[in-house]
Unconditional design. Structure first.
Length: 153
């Protein structure tokens, strides 16, 4: 089975860190995600998607993200059923986060990078041969491809 979700959007409110009775960190929040297509002559619609993060991911999100900040998350869809105040059965759909990442420039993300510490914190190394954009490695090893160039493979 496959259940994989990747989303990028803006936080609707500040995330709040809570703890379960067993002491496990958890946060729930909503992000606003613009739809990728809009009919001609109409405004692009926005979906408001509920997100749940646990443990260190929840702590990370609550520490570094606030209302209005862009966030990228990947995870899986989870459903749960509950009864509302009137006793009606309801089903909730939530995204359970595996990873959360900053989006945008350093100034938009509070001075934090998406990937790793800034260059002065890296030890001095001899230059390395560039690796193809599709291989796994450090972010600085990847070639930037903007779509106007021929791919190396």
């Amino acid at each position: 089975m496959l259940n994989v979700v990747a989303l990028m959007g803006r936080l609707v409110a500040d995330p709040e860190l809570r703890r379960t009775p067993q002491g496990v960190s958890v946060t729930t929040f909503t992000i606003a995600v613009d739809r990728s297509f809009a009919k001609q002559g109409t405004e692009r619609q926005t979906d408001f998607i509920d997100i749940v993060a646990w443990r260190s991911t929840a702590e990370f999100i609550c520490k570094y993200f606030q209302k209005g900040r862009m966030i990228a998350v990947d995870g899986s869809i989870q459903t749960r059923t509950y009864q509302d105040k009137n006793g009606n059965n309801r089903k909730a759909f939530e995204i359970v986060v595996n990873n959360a990442n900053f989006v945008g420039s350093k100034s938009e993300s509070g001075g934090f990078s998406n990937y790793a510490p800034s260059a002065p914190e890296y030890p001095q190394q001899a230059p390395v041969e560039p690796v193809p954009a599709y291989s796994v490695g450090e972010p600085d090893d990847f070639a930037v491809i903007d779509g106007d160039e021929d791919l190396p493979f």
